[in-house]
Design a protein around this ligand. Structure first.
Ligand SMILES: *Cc1c(COP(=O)(O)O)cnc(C)c1O
Length: 368
């Protein structure tokens, strides 16, 4: 058995020679940032690849979330999920907003639309759902509630790069969708992010916000931030895009293998993929049920003992961290499904460089 450590994910790095011409171009242009040629080319290439019309690139997904909330002038309370990466709720706190946690649907791990209405107050102005693991939210039900109560919808779509829900890109829903291109994501620019915008006017406003609020040399229209993506990051994104179909195809093969081999293991539950959805296979969560012969944490430790570093995404829940746990909506009784899932979930390694031996090794540990 190989003893090389296996992590939950590893970035796909194309051969270094392929990146050199991009660097030469940057050196020639002497444009390092501020919407240079690489940045412009990546925006266009991503619009084409993702099937969206307007995209604004960012230096990371968290700045993009912060800016999306600023762009829509969200105030007061925002309904969101506790079952996510902590940046989702942090982006609300950093904007002086109050997160209101609503429980997830235990079948999809996404915000349960049936529980949203009860959490709306006169102070509620927006909903921030997450397409968890890239699985689309119930976008229609969420939009219906948003329309009824005149709320904005900002999707944290950090996991949903390239996901198609049958009607098109899942990123077309809501007022804005926010992507992360962090090194651990399916598509990465080392660090990076983006906001998918519905129209040119919104994109322009967001482009001003990400550049301190500058419209021209002497005009500042808002208290903006520095959220710009550099030319180096954009260039790496262009290179990554050339490989993305292969990267996702390899992930799909691993996903199929895991599904096939684990479906009959007693006590292991696998998240169903709706048939009309084209996934990006960004994560492979399993639920370790009480009838499995080990607890979730024992299986996690057993894998570690074999140098396999699976991750308990998302445990602890965001609502369990100190800056959130005192909030009324963070109470255990408000979030029963989220808590149950958080104590059962384990994300198995899935990434293009994971070889067949590693997959076999992981499967044999889980099945034994
Ligand atoms: C990765 C991630 C973010 C943060 O993105 P960064 O690019 O790391 O700032 C936000 N939300 C979710 C759900 C994420 O997985």
């Amino acid at each position: 058995m190989s003893s090389e450590p296996v992590y939950v994910t590893q970035p796909h790095l194309p051969p270094l020679e392929e990146f050199i011409p991009y660097l030469e171009e940057i050196w020639q242009s002497k444009t390092l940032t501020n919407g240079g040629p690489m940045h412009q080319a990546l925006e266009q290439a991503l619009c084409d690849y993702l099937g969206v019309e307007h995209i604004a690139l960012f230096n990371n997904g968290t700045t993009a979330l912060l800016t999306a909330l600023q762009a829509l002038r969200v105030t007061g309370e925002v309904i969101t999920t506790p079952y996510s990466f902590v940046a989702t709720a942090h982006s609300l706190l950093w904007n002086g907003l109050t997160p209101v946690f609503v429980d997830i649907d235990p079948q999809t791990f996404n915000l349960d639309p049936a529980k949203i209405e009860a959490a709306i107050t006169p102070r509620t102005t927006a909903i921030m759902p997450v397409h968890c693991y890239g699985n689309p939210c119930d976008v229609e039900a969420i939009q219906k509630i948003a329309d009824n109560y005149n709320l904005n919808v900002i999707y944290d779509a950090a996991h949903a790069f390239g996901v198609n829900d049958g009607g098109g890109s899942v990123l077309r829903h809501g007022d804005l969708s926010v992507l992360s291109f962090h090194a651990t994501k399916v598509f990465n620019t080392f660090e990076g992010g983006a906001i998918v915008c519905p129209d040119a006017k919104t994109k322009k406003h967001i482009d001003h916000l990400k550049n301190f609020g500058f419209v021209d040399e002497v005009t500042v229209v808002a208290s903006g931030i520095n959220g710009k993506m550099s030319e180096i990051n954009a260039a790496f994104g262009l290179l990554q895009l050339k490989h993305i179909d292969q990267v996702i195809a390899r992930r799909r093969d691993i996903d199929r293998l895991y599904r096939e081999e684990l479906k009959s293991v007693k006590g292991i539950r696998i998240l169903e993929q709706p048939v009309h959805v084209t996934s990006n296979y960004s994560y492979f969560p399993i639920l370790v049920e009480p009838d499995y012969h080990l607890s979730r944490d024992d299986l996690y430790q057993k894998l570690r003992d074999h140098n396999v570093f699976a991750r308990r995404y998302f445990y602890p829940l965001i609502s369990e961290f100190p800056m959130y746990r005192g909030m009324p909506s963070a109470s255990a009784s408000n979030l029963p499904s989220s808590r149950r899932i958080a104590y059962k979930v384990l994300c198995l390694p899935i990434y293009p460089g994971l070889n067949a031996n590693d997959v076999d090794k992981i499967l044999s540990i889980v099945k034994k």
